[in-house]
Design a protein around this ligand. Structure first.
Ligand code: ATP
Ligand code: MG
Ligand code: FE
Length: 349
């Protein structure tokens, strides 16, 4: 099927056209510059900017795909989770276009989009597999058995991995968002310069939780390290701190993902979410997994961070199963992946 999708859950206004998991167009208007001076996303500003940009973004996606409205089979829009005001902008536009052009409408779960990013241009990928979803708001290990069948096996107990990157970048005065800057700086630093905690979660019966992690302690450890180094009066070894922090996060993530894949007897791991763009994570997970006979699929860099192609790809899978959303579908700031079925009804019912 040919799906036009809109994504406005956070700070990128995005639209894309996807046909049989092939990306015909993917347009992303990022608001990073707008939010940078506040050091994070300001929800009201995000909604207003989406409103100003969404029309042109959808028009550009359709034009770049060289498709007319007649050739679009359905319209999809991210409906959860995310900033409510931001989600509402995309949803209003998606529903309106669906009414005007008389196309079926599908609401899409943003995290299902991050999972589906791995399917783009990867026709060989088939479930079951384990998805390590690492983004600005989530850090999850998800067992994927089929479209809509997700089992959450591990998660962060506090900060998401991307959030940790952003907070540590802030401590080091590196600006926002922190992930890409730390990734770049870490390449000139020594990852073994400082030993930082891996965020283990202790169990009451002893030992550690095999899949869950905590990243807030790591952030505090970096803060203490910076304070200690600053007290010496020497210039701060920023690259070494960045590399050591990144190494601790990547070690924690790869260890848990590989253990989980083994326990679940899954031979494929896919990466998803903004932190999946991290070069050290991509390399480290791929090579360690290979030693255990596990294949790793990583989405193209531009499909790791927020985009609408991944949303269209997830929507296409639901559309092909006959799933449709009602036009009175609302937006949800939070929605467990297990509740995805409530977004749809069957087209033949
Ligand atoms: P969610 O998907 O959980 O709702 P989000 O949509 O805001 O959150 P994404 O756009 O998927 O998050 O990812 C953004 C995050 O990815 C930011 O925290 C950013 O710092 C991080 N990130 C981007 N590139 C890199 C990189 N190269 N290395 C590490 N982190 C990165
Ligand atoms: Mg974003
Ligand atoms: Fe995201």
């Amino acid at each position: 099927a040919t799906i036009l999708a809109i994504e406005t859950s956070c700070d990128e206004t995005a639209a894309a056209v996807v046909h049989q998991r092939q990306v015909l167009s993917s347009v992303v208007a990022s608001q990073i510059e707008l939010h940078r001076r506040y050091g994070g996303v300001v929800p009201e500003l995000a909604s207003r900017e989406h409103l100003l940009t969404v029309g042109d973004t959808v028009g550009a996606a359709l034009a770049q795909a060289q498709r007319s409205w007649e050739e679009i089979d359905a319209i999809a829009t991210t409906c959860a989770p995310g900033l409510v005001g931001a989600l509402l902008v995309g949803m209003s536009v998606g529903k309106t276009l669906s009414m005007v052009h008389q196309k079926p409408f599908l609401g899409v779960h943003h995290l299902e989009g991050h999972i589906y990013a791995s399917y783009l241009d990867q026709p060989g990928l088939t479930p079951p597999f384990l998805c390590l979803l690492v983004s600005g708001g989530h850090t999850s290990l998800i067992r994927v058995d089929s479209c809509g069948q997700y089992q959450l096996l591990g998660k962060t107990r506090d900060d998401a991995a991307g959030e940790a990157f952003d907070k540590v970048a802030r401590l080091l005065n590196l600006g926002y968002p922190g992930g890409p800057v730390i990734d770049r700086l870490a390449q000139q630093g020594n990852p073994n310069a400082f030993r930082l905690p891996e965020g283990n979660i202790s169990l009451p019966e002893g030992g550690f939780h095999p899949y869950d992690a905590s990243f807030s302690g790591l952030k505090t450890a970096v803060l203490r390290l910076i304070e200690r180094l600053q007290a010496t009066g020497d210039p701060l070894p920023v690259a070494d701190i960045a590399a050591s922090f990144q190494h601790a996060v990547v070690r924690a993530l790869t260890k848990r993902a590989l253990r989980c894949a083994q326990d679940q007897q899954l031979s494929t791991i896919v990466l998803g979410g903004g932190v999946a763009a991290n070069s050290h994570l991509r390399q480290s997970l791929t090579s360690l997994a290979a030693e255990q006979g596990i294949t790793v699929h990583v989405p193209a860099l531009k499909f790791c961070t927020d985009n609408a192609a991944m949303i269209a790809c997830a929507a296409e899978a639901h559309f092909d199963q006959g799933h449709r959303s009602k036009l009175d579908l609302g937006v949800f700031s939070r929605l467990p992946l297990g509740s995805i079925s409530q977004l749809y009804q069957s087209s033949n019912s």
